[in-house]
Design a protein around this ligand. Structure first.
Ligand SMILES: NC(=O)C1=CN([C@@H]2O[C@H](COP(=O)(O)OP(=O)(O)OC[C@H]3O[C@@H](n4cnc5c(N)ncnc54)[C@H](O)[C@@H]3O)[C@@H](O)[C@H]2O)C=CC1
Ligand SMILES: O=C1O[C@H](COP(=O)(O)O)[C@@H](O)[C@H](O)[C@H]1O
Length: 257
């Protein structure tokens, strides 16, 4: 990727994981919602993804996009997800087409499929010996309006791929936490995504060749109900971390060589 990569939501947690892992791997153009506390080492701008003008300025001169900006709260109200997540994502896609961007990576979520976690399946599906897997071919099944907005982002990508030719990768991110998996939270451990695996899967999504993809972004946890096979096959994802290697905050086992 020779052209700059636009990273929206650069000031957030996922943005931090990506920049920490891939700081020097790309020429970044960062989009913040409010002025960053420290001057970034990369080109940046401050703007809102629901503003056509801000989005056009952000997209100017870039060859690929990682679109993270939005309201990440599972309990976010409709007004907010409509503006920040749905309208913002549509404006991003439209501007990407105008700019001739090749690749668009969208931060989707486990919450796009949250209602597969039925009373009958839980908590067993969160456990290592359970074989239940979602693999990205299932229809969305959101359990909240935030999940609806993420499923809508995936469908927008489908449209912009089919009608405008962009390569689109939707990463259904699990639960990103720094340093160690969530504690006393089986569901979170089953969908843990470590910081380094987060950077790596986004690197893969920028490098690989594909048309339209939906993959799960989790580490290689022993507990899992999301398959990572598609991410491995299509993107070359090779995660290093596993929530089973931690006891609370302590790492108690190393990854297999
Ligand atoms: N952190 C996680 O475990 C997961 C995150 N995601 C998705 O990844 C993306 C990033 O999430 P986080 O970094 O955790 O959230 P965050 O809240 O830390 O970062 C989101 C960033 O987007 C910016 N933003 C919000 N609305 C905006 C707008 N209208 N225009 C421009 N910027 C705007 C915020 O200022 C913030 O810096 C979100 O789309 C979220 O839905 C999905 C699944 C799991
Ligand atoms: O999409 C998201 O998912 C993570 C994990 O969900 P949770 O229900 O286990 O909290 C969430 O932490 C994050 O805020 C959200 O954007």
């Amino acid at each position: 990727m020779d052209d700059p990569v636009l990273l929206t939501g650069a000031g957030g947690a996922v943005g931090a994981a990506i920049l920490e892992g891939l700081e020097d791997a790309y020429e970044w153009k960062l989009m913040f919602h409010s002025p960053p506390a420290e001057e970034p080492d990369h080109e940046y701008l401050v703007g809102d993804v629901s503003s056509e003008g801000d989005v056009a300025a952000a997209m100017d001169g870039v060859g690929a996009v990682i679109h993270l900006a939005g309201d990440p709260r599972p309990e976010a109200p409709w007004d907010s997800v409509l503006e920040n997540n749905i309208d913002g994502t549509q404006k991003m896609y439209e501007a990407a087409v105008d700019e001739g961007v090749e690749k668009f990576v969208f931060a989707s979520s486990n919450h796009a499929v949250g209602s597969f976690e039925t009373d009958e399946r839980t908590p067993e599906m969160y456990r290592p010996d359970d074989q239940y897997r979602l693999d990205g071919t299932e229809l969305p099944r959101p359990g909240n309006l935030y999940g609806v907005s993420k499923a809508t982002g995936e469908v927008l990508g489908r449209y912009y791929h089919d009608e405008h030719g962009l390569s689109v990768c939707n990463i259904r991110i699990g639960n990103l936490t720094r340093g160690h998996p969530p504690i006393d939270y089986e569901r979170g451990q089953a969908m843990w995504l470590s910081y380094r695996d987060c950077a790596h899967i986004h690197d893969c999504a920028l490098q690989a060749d594909y048309e339209y993809e939906i993959v799960y972004g989790i580490s290689d946890n022993d507990r899992k109900y999301y398959s990572i096979e598609r991410a491995k096959d299509v993107l070359g994802y090779d995660p290093q971390d596993n929530s089973a290697h931690f006891d609370g905050e302590e790492r108690v086992a190393e990854p297999e060589p």
